[in-house]
Design a protein around this ligand. Structure first.
Ligand SMILES: Cc1ncc(COP(=O)(O)O)c(C=O)c1O
Length: 378
């Protein structure tokens, strides 16, 4: 696609390029599943769950219908419900808090810190002391960089509460050389098409090292049933489709290569944008950042965004309104100013194209446009 100025457009994400690399294999697999007429759970899902658990370094993986459902199922498995508080960060996609609301619990927030975009562990002891009803914590590995899990795991163990990793954006990401989904009590992943491992529709996965939790999750995803037509809990109807598992089994073969390409792209942006705009560096505990998003902090962000749009470059703001200020949470009484870093980030962040198939020329063009916008300096 060409822009008004005759330039070739550079989209935020172009999934058609990735599709070209997997096309034949995926089509063959999809047809095989269709021919089998076996669509719910079954061998494709089993195989993908096994591979996924192994990939993450977790003992068990349990497929479900979306990342949002994974979070909700995790909270159910952890026994979280009305009267409980769950600690999370307001600078995330709404689903993290949405799942807490769905099980009837109250979200309690800890602010983000601007160097990593993740929750600020310096504030952990204060927030925990103020909230004795916190019964679980959900750190978010935002944009593909792991939250600082060490202090969280330590405090959670002392309190005897679970840590649920929201790893929706972080497949393959590492915290001190351990993969996301293998560190907390439970890990939650999304296969929404824009994720580093994206399906052809919605899909999700839970990981855990706890055999009882794994067993209960397998029941919770089928209406709380261990035994046909006997229901222990209401649970959910939330399975990973065999068709999605077949697609994801193919794509899994390319995941590390795609993640490496995203990192290479991030390094090039860093080099080209140095001194022009704030490009946060991954903190040392993020031993492998997988760049589901590449996010800069930009002065005059909205003007920059308009400028890039006019020049055919796709960008996005993840996320323009922190969760504590969302209308869905109005009844909890949070106010503007409660979580100042998250609110500031919401004004400054801008995601640039980072997908694996992006060319060096395209990255150079995007960086050049940003330099031009700022007249060479921010
Ligand atoms: C941080 C985070 N949590 C949860 C989700 C929910 O995943 P899904 O869209 O698969 O329900 C997403 C997906 O966008 C996400 O980015």
């Amino acid at each position: 696609m060409a822009t008004k100025a005759g330039l070739r457009a550079i989209p935020l994400l172009d999934l058609t390029r990735q599709y070209q690399t997997v096309r034949e294999r995926v089509q063959a697999e999809v047809i095989r599943v269709i021919e089998s007429q076996r669509f719910i759970l079954g061998p494709d899902v089993d195989r993908f769950e096994q591979r996924f658990a192994e990939y993450c370094g977790a003992s068990y993986a349990i497929g479900c219908a979306s990342g949002t459902d994974a979070l909700e199922l995790a909270l159910m498995a952890a026994g979280i419900g009305p009267g409980d508080e769950v600690l999370t960060v307001p600078f995330t996609f709404f689903a993290t808090a949405g799942a807490i609301l769905s099980v009837g619990a109250r979200p309690v927030f800890i602010d983000a810190e601007s160097a990593s975009f993740n929750l600020d562990v310096q504030q952990l002891d204060r927030v925990l002391a103020q909230h004795p009803a916190i019964k679980a914590m959900i750190p978010v590995h935002l944009y593909g960089g792991c939250a600082d899990m060490g202090p969280l795991m330590e405090r959670a163990a002392a309190r005897g509460i679970p840590v649920i990793e929201d790893a929706a954006q972080a497949i393959g990401a590492e915290y001190n050389h351990r993969r996301a989904g293998s560190i907390g009590t439970l890990g939650c992943f999304s296969f929404f098409p824009t994720k580093n491992l994206g399906g052809f529709g919605d899909g999700g996965m839970l990981t855990t090292n706890d055999e009882t939790l794994a067993r209960n999750l397998r029941a919770l995803r089928v209406h709380g049933s261990f035994e046909r037509y006997i229901h222990q809990w209401p649970g959910m109807n939330s399975r990973l489709d065999a068709l999605q598992a077949a697609v994801l089994n193919v794509k899994m073969d390319y995941l590390d290569e795609w993640n490496r390409a995203r990192r290479r792209n991030a390094d090039l942006y860093r080099e080209l944008l140095s001194g022009v705009v704030t490009v946060p560096n991954a903190p040392p505990h993020q031993t492998n950042h997988v760049y589901n998003q590449f996010v800069i902090r930009a002065p005059r962000r909205d003007e920059l965004r308009t400028w890039l749009t006019e020049h055919g470059v796709g960008t996005e703001v993840y996320y323009p309104l922190p969760v504590h200020l969302q209308p869905a949470l109005a009844s909890f009484g949070y106010q503007a100013g409660d979580f100042p870093v998250s609110e500031q980030l919401a004004q400054e962040v801008l995601a640039l194209p980072i997908f694996a198939e992006l060319t060096e020329d395209e990255i150079t063009t995007v960086a050049g446009l940003i330099r031009e916008f700022y007249g060479g300096s921010a």
